[in-house]
Design a protein around this ligand. Sequence first.
Ligand SMILES: Cc1cc2nc3c(=O)[nH]c(=O)nc-3n(C[C@H](O)[C@H](O)[C@H](O)COP(=O)(O)OP(=O)(O)OC[C@H]3O[C@@H](n4cnc5c(N)ncnc54)[C@H](O)[C@@H]3O)c2cc1C
Length: 283
Amino acid sequence: MKASNFLYLKPKSLDEALAYLAANEEPRIIAGGQSLVAAMNMKLAQPETIIDIGEIDGLNIFEATSNEVHIGALVTHSEIEFSKSSSKLISFLKEVSKNIAHTPIRSKGTFCGAVANSDPASEWCSCLLALDGSVEVIGQDRQKRIVDSKEFFIAPYLTNIGFDEILVSIKFPEINKHTKLGFNEYARRAGDYAIAMCVSKLDMKGEKVVDGNIVIGAATETPIIAEKAKNFLKGKRLSEETSWEAAIIASENISILPDIDSSEEYKRDIVKAVTYRSLLACS
Ligand SMILES: Cc1cc2nc3c(=O)[nH]c(=O)nc-3n(C[C@H](O)[C@H](O)[C@H](O)COP(=O)(O)OP(=O)(O)OC[C@H]3O[C@@H](n4cnc5c(N)ncnc54)[C@H](O)[C@@H]3O)c2cc1C
């Protein structure tokens, strides 16, 4: 299928992009185009104006300090995948990135575009929540607004970004040496969207869990923190037994996103498996 007609604009600055957003009918930002163009071709999205942010200076920032990792709106999945940074957080993102689609898509699609798109099965959305990221957004008043990941996701494909705002970058606190990270997902074929995924971030004291996040994605409307499973693990030694118990608790205490391919029972089983494996990856 072919996309409907649209006006294509390519601003050179954020100021110009914001002005275009305010002045045009049904505008949409385009970054890598790897979700939006497919949606337009299937007529699931019919924006009248496309605002391409690809030539705006400063949006390709990708840096790690000892305190934080900063990912600008134009940083692609591939830049993360092939990063040579010694950051513990980036090393983890590198591993996760290999689960996103295929190489050609990863070389065009952006980290921030995936977060803005907020597909329930986006790996980066689950990482944003699990790794305590924050989203930097700029609006018509030209002021930056920081949105905490816990307030960012509203529903599938719906976030806290306003229609006249632009996601500028995402920041994560760097991982300290007492924190362990784990990821696991299940998809029918390599490169497919996952049926369920789990990102775990566990703050440890020795072998015991003191705090952290266990985030379930893909099987749920938006990424969610499995609060009961997290509370169960607090103060306990991380072992195969406690990980399995936590996985059962997680799978039984979330609201499953229905779909035509997989039953709720099947999805709960997959959630249990990916949560268990994600927690084991932390040990
Ligand atoms: C075959 C295929 C398989 C895929 N598999 C996966 C997968 O397994 N996991 C996964 O996570 N993704 C997958 N994707 C999607 C891919 O990762 C996209 O790159 C990503 O979802 C969107 O990034 P983008 O830069 O291409 O965004 P675009 O397509 O350009 O934009 C997506 C949406 O976000 C908005 N947007 C983008 N950037 C901004 C911004 N800076 N400010 C405000 N709004 C913005 C756009 O307006 C649009 O609504 C797949 C895509 C395809 C085609």
